[in-house]
Design a protein around this ligand. Structure first.
Ligand code: CP
Length: 332
């Protein structure tokens, strides 16, 4: 992808399609803006008028609970008008193409589309064909990228384990099918994480992943040794066309995060999972809701992080203007 597609000539976000290629400064600006917006959310008036009069359309061609609802909530907290299209009952089911769907919805003066699609590259396609001034946010495309999940994971790690450069992070499970793993790896590398380990059976590790700057480990006990942050991944059965595993119970035995394995981690190590979880497969229920788990905090952080991205792209970011005039950075 050409970097200019998502970054304009002033270095500002135009679309958010992937974390690959975004600078540490820009990622830090997004995380800092999310911190500011989260403070505003804690006040008596949760909504801020930063995107009043703007229209945001959520186009989810794949199921979602967390991403869709937190994008909607984030847009509402920014005072935007939000439309959630039921893509399964939209005219795409009658054969309308993605291009024609985009142009039809653009004619209603939408400012931003949030797109989740099963095809890798779908958000990129939307961004290539969007009218000038219309922004595309990738809410997950195939196995490729889930950039706002990557950002909320960085936000969560920074809050609970400050200092990326000393962190050792393990990403455990179905890396092969995981857009979250790719976005987390890009984000963690850019933020300077000391070590990123991918821990999975050989059938669930994409060929050549070492080129992303990670080490690969096929044994969970070795993979979790000395780790500060464990990011578990869901086994994506819906994307598994072949026999990747002997059985779910064998995967749990060999790679699941159990209480026994958790007890061998440092007591201050944190456990994360993008959700939804497969209880008793990649994680035990007690571990998912135990004291070291930040799974629900991750969900909550998705609101402020998605607010930050939407506000930055549409050009307004200061929730508490001191001069009485909001800082305004309108897009050309
Ligand atoms: N983490 C994530 O993308 O969850 P949903 O599929 O529920 O949106």
């Amino acid at each position: 992808m050409s970097p200019e597609l998502q970054i304009d000539h002033h270095g500002r976000l135009r679309h958010l399609l992937t974390l690959e290629g975004l600078s540490r400064e820009l990622l830090t600006e997004i995380l800092d803006t999310a911190e500011d917006l989260e403070k505003a959310l804690r006040g008596p008036e949760k909504n801020v008028p930063l995107l009043r009069g703007r229209t945001i359309m959520n186009l989810f061609f794949e199921p979602s609970t967390r991403t869709r609802t937190t994008f909607e909530l984030a847009a509402k907290r920014l005072s935007a008008d939000v439309l959630n299209l039921q893509m399964s009952s939209s005219s795409t089911s009658k054969g309308e193409t993605l291009f024609d769907t985009l142009k039809t919805l653009e004619s209603m003066q939408a400012d931003m589309f949030v797109v989740r699609h099963e095809a890798s590259g779908a958000a990129h396609f939307f961004a290539q064909h969007a009218a000038p001034g219309v922004a595309i946010l990738n809410a997950g495309d195939g196995r490729h990228a889930h950039p706002t999940q990557g950002l909320l994971d960085l936000f969560t790690i920074r809050r609970y384990k400050p200092g990326f450069e000393k962190l050792r992070v393990a990403i455990v499970g179905d890396v092969l099918h995981s857009r979250v793993a790719r976005s987390d790896i890009h984000g963690l590398r850019t933020m300077g994480a000391a070590e990123i380990r991918v821990v999975a059976p050989p059938t669930l590790v994409p060929a050549g992943i070492e080129q992303m700057g990670v080490t690969v480990c096929h044994n969970i006990d070795d993979g979790l040794d000395g780790i500060d942050v464990v990011i578990l991944l869901r086994l994506q059965k819906e994307r598994m066309l072949g026999a990747f595993l002997p059985s779910m119970s064998e995967f749990h035995r060999d790679f699941g995060l159990t209480r026994q394995r958790l007890a061998r981690l440092h007591p201050e190590a944190i456990v994360m999972h993008p959700g939804p979880i497969n209880r008793g497969v990649e994680i035990e229920g007690d571990v998912a809701y135990g004291p070291q788990s930040l799974i629900l905090q991750q969900v909550n952080h998705g609101i402020a992080v998605r607010m930050a991205v939407m506000a930055m792209i549409l050009g307004q970011t200061d929730p508490a203007p001191r001069s009485g005039k909001r800082r305004l950075r309108r897009r050309a």
